[in-house]
Design a protein around this ligand. Structure first.
Ligand code: GDP
Ligand code: K
Ligand code: MG
Length: 285
């Protein structure tokens, strides 16, 4: 295989466009995603006898169905199945950025983390152990400064290796976050139902579909209805029962519980020697 498809994803202002320009130079095309006004930027880079085609996805904090940008980014990843999804991270806000990482990995995307703006993070006394982060998550991590070009070669090499399947064990690392006993029981019931009826099976990872149903994701539920209205309604019944239970026992909703567990997962990850913050003399004053 000679061509590698890489998508750049990330929160707004993480340096996605700067990195995209650094990687593709003048070899760019601007278009639109079908049916929406969101701009689509494509470009390419030759690497030995390989070509990497890059797509600059719209900035997103999350991958819900609530905004057009998030939907476009999500659809592209699910439908085009890029060889590498490069998440560009503002390293000064690593914890917040990893929320998107968790969602990308739950979708089964082949994630590469570009710890961008590492120059700013270093100035602020933030030290990130990228090897530790890489080994805990099971995805490649590269430090970059898109503005100066630092890390470019390592990132490009990592993308090509991932795209060619040379990184066994890191490709398609589908992350499983534990969401607590009640939510996990509902997911288990949903999985049994979906497996039995071959529901959306070949299209998306089923655990991801279950989580999307629990999050009341309009777009996935619509697709599910088209696949089988009967199964889809049963899935929504499982969701309703869980919602009622969580309301009674915790006084909150399913989405909040899921978000809490994701943040808990990230916080515990960062405590395992990934992130160190020094209080600089400037900040102390
Ligand atoms: P996007 O919204 O993710 O596309 O972000 P942009 O590429 O537009 O970058 C946002 C701002 O961050 C711009 O002013 C860039 O010049 C700056 N920037 C991008 N990458 C870096 C970096 O690695 N280090 C520093 N210090 N600034 C950066
Ligand atoms: K911007
Ligand atoms: Mg941009």
């Amino acid at each position: 295989k000679k061509t590698v498809l890489a998508a750049l994803a990330g929160n707004p202002n993480s340096g996605k466009t700067t990195l995209f320009n650094l990687l593709t130079g003048a070899r760019q095309r601007v278009g639109n995603y079908p049916g929406v006004t969101v701009e689509k930027k494509e470009g390419s880079l030759a690497y030995g006898d390989k070509v990497i085609n890059f797509v600059d996805l719209p900035g997103a904090y999350s991958l819900t169905a609530y905004s057009e940008e998030e939907l476009v980014a999500r659809r592209f990843i699910l439908e085009e199945n890029p060889d590498a999804v490069v998440q560009v991270i503002d390293s000064t806000v690593l914890e917040r950025s990893l929320y998107l990482t968790v969602q990308l990995m739950e979708m089964g995307a082949s994630v590469v983390l570009a710890l961008n703006m590492i120059d700013e993070a270093e100035k602020k006394g933030i030290t990130i152990n990228e090897k530790q982060l890489s080994s805990l998550l099971g995805v490649p991590v590269v430090k970059t400064v898109a503005k100066t070009g630092r890390g470019k070669q390592e990132l490009v090499q990592t993308i090509v290796e991932l795209g060619l399947g040379k990184r066994e064990g890191t490709n398609r690392a589908q992350l499983v976050v534990f969401y607590g006993e009640d939510v996990e029981l509902a997911i288990k019931q949903m999985l049994q139902l979906m497996e039995k009826h071959h529901f959306l099976e070949t299209k998306y990872p089923l655990r991801w579909v279950a989580i999307k149903y629990l999050e009341n994701d309009e777009e996935i539920i619509k697709e599910g209805n088209e696949c089988s209205l009967v199964v889809s309604e049963q899935l929504l019944q499982i969701r309703s029962r869980l919602e009622q239970h969580i309301k009674e026992t915790l006084g909150t909703d399913i989405e909040s519980v899921i978000a809490d567990y994701r943040y808990g997962y990230i916080a515990s990850l960062l405590k395992q020697g990934v992130l160190k913050k020094e209080i600089s003399s400037q900040q102390r004053r």
